[in-house]
Design a protein around this ligand. Structure first.
Ligand SMILES: Nc1ncnc2c1ncn2[C@@H]1O[C@H](COP(=O)(O)OP(=O)(O)OP(=O)(O)O)[C@@H](O)[C@H]1O
Ligand SMILES: [Mg+2]
Length: 175
C-alpha cells in the first residue's frame, strides 16, 4: 500500500533535518518552503495562510491515485485535531499513515531556534504554545505505526531511515 508519513514535532525540533536524511525518494510537502523565511519573504500570517493553502493542494494531488509511493508532510502537527484531517485524507486515498515524531525537549528547541538566522526564528511563545498543545500520536488516530526519534541521541537519528523503511515494508507485507 502507498504510505503517508505525517511528521510531528515542535518548531526547531529537527523535523526537516531528520526527513532530509530519512525520507530519501519520498514526495515531501513542507509548507515552510512556501513561506521563505528570508528578509524579502519573512513569515507573516498571510504568507503562512497562502503557503498552507498551496501545501494542502499539493498534498491532495500527491495522494491521488498514480501518485508517489511515499508522501510526507513536514510540519509541526502537534495536536490530534490537526493530524486528523490529513490521516483521513490518506485513508480516503487508500494509503496507510505512519507518524514520524521528533521528541526534542522544549528547552533544546528554544536553543536551536535561537541560533537560527533571525528571519528563520519562530517566536518563543509560539514554541511554548505548541508544547502545551503537543499530544503524542496514538495508533488509535488511524496510524499504522508511530516512530519516535529522540533527536538528542545521534544513533536514533541515524537509525530513523531504517526504522521507517521497516515500518513501510512491514505494512506492505501485512496488507
Ligand atoms: N539532531 C540534532 N542535533 C542538533 N541540532 C540539530 C539536530 N537536528 C536539527 N538540528 C538543528 O536544529 C535547527 C532546527 O532544525 P530543523 O530546521 O530541522 O527543525 P524543524 O523541526 O524542521 O523546525 P521547523 O518546525 O521550524 O521547520 C537547525 O539549525 C538544525 O541544524
Ligand atoms: Mg522544518
Amino acid at each position: 500500500m502507498r504510505t503517508f508519513v505525517i511528521m510531528v514535532g515542535l518548531p526547531a525540533s529537527g523535523k526537516t533535518t531528520l526527513r532530509v536524511g530519512a525520507l530519501v525518494g519520498a514526495c515531501v510537502i513542507c509548507p515552510d518552503d512556501g513561506i521563505g523565511y528570508t528578509r524579502d519573504r519573512p513569515w507573516t500570517p498571510t504568507a503562512a495562510r497562502v503557503a498552507w493553502a498551496r501545501a494542502n493542494e499539493e498534498l491532495g494531488k500527491a495522494m491521488s491515485s498514480g501518485g508517489p509511493d511515499v508522501v510526507a508532510l513536514d510540519a509541526t502537527n502537534v495536536a490530534p485535531k490537526r493530524r486528523r484531517k490529513y490521516i483521513h485524507m490518506a485513508e480516503k486515498a487508500g494509503m496507510v499513515s505512519i507518524a514520524l515524531v521528533c521528541l526534542t525537549p522544549v528547552d533544546e528547541c528554544l536553543r536551536r531556534n535561537a541560533s537560527r538566522d533571525k528571519f528563520r526564528r519562530v517566536p518563543e511563545d509560539a514554541i511554548r504554545r505548541m508544547e502545551r498543545n503537543f499530544q503524542m500520536p496514538q495508533v488509535e488516530e488511524g496510524l499504522a505505526a508511530v516512530i519516535s526519534v529522540d533527536t538528542m541521541v545521534p544513533e536514533e537519528v541515524s537509525k530513523a531511515a531504517v526504522r521507517l523503511e521497516l515500518a513501510i515494508a512491514g505494512d506492505r507485507m501485512g496488507k
